[in-house]
Design a protein. Structure first.
Length: 237
């Protein structure tokens, strides 16, 4: 997991290189305008205040057990932060980490391509090796502008308090955070949704304890609550 100082440095690097290149290289009018707009986007988010707010919300919304000192609903106090690898079972994508990875990708792409432009001193001589649907090579400045715009969007979105997307069923177990599957189950995650569909009820908290720690749920526990686990779908090739 990247730290806040590392994120600050990555943003500063991207902003610095676009600033250095802006107005100091040759290229078409469109290319130079794209480079200038990318510089403005990155300068807009290269502030300690914006980064601090975004980082606080990103960290607070990571899946797993809350790490802040504020008690979660139903927890009665703080809870320990177990390994986050257990927070997304069954290969579920983590939307928070996905946003972080995307943000870093766009920052790195902006920095790398801008450095190449500075080496050549001309926007037209950098071959990105990336083509559009028609087979034409996409100019470096087009990618730089798109990446800077996307990085700005992601960081500013996280600088605002994002909508909490955690399963209301899993939350009953010490405030456990698990992304919901809104398209299929509304306010609960896939596992709780499939459990509810199978048993016509949400999983009892005792069963959630086993599930969240990655332990096998004993048959005696299932029998006590008169429930059964949803059948796993076989993978198709």
């Amino acid at each position: 997991m990247i730290t806040r100082p590392q994120l600050t440095r990555r943003i500063a690097l991207a902003a610095r290189w676009t600033s250095v290149a802006d107005g100091r290289v040759d290229g078409t009018t469109d290319h130079l305008a794209q480079l200038h707009r990318a510089n403005l986007d990155l300068r807009h988010i290269d502030t300690n205040h914006t980064i601090a707010k975004a980082w606080a919300h990103i960290h607070d919304h990571l899946p797993g057990y809350p790490t802040t000192s504020m008690p979660s609903r139903g927890s009665g106090g703080t809870v320990s932060n177990r390994t986050l690898d257990l927070a997304i079972p069954d290969g579920q994508p983590d939307p928070v980490r996905r946003d972080i990875d995307e943000l870093l990708h766009h920052l790195d792409q902006t920095t790398t391509l801008t450095q190449l432009i500075l080496q050549h001193r001309d926007t037209r001589t950098v071959d990105t090796g990336i083509t559009n649907d028609h087979g034409a090579t996409i100019p470096a400045t087009v990618l730089i502008e798109a990446s800077a715009r996307r990085a700005r969007f992601l960081l500013l979105r996280w600088a605002q308090e994002p909508e909490v997307r955690w399963c209301t069923s899993c939350e009953r177990h010490g405030g456990h955070r698990q992304p919901i599957d809104a398209s299929r189950f509304g306010d609960v995650c896939r596992w709780c949704g499939e459990f509810r569909r199978t048993n016509k009820q949400l999983p009892p908290i005792e069963i959630l304890r086993y599930h969240h720690t990655g332990e096998r749920i004993p048959q005696r526990v299932l029998d006590r609550f008169h429930v059964k686990l949803p059948k796993r779908k076989k993978a198709t090739t």
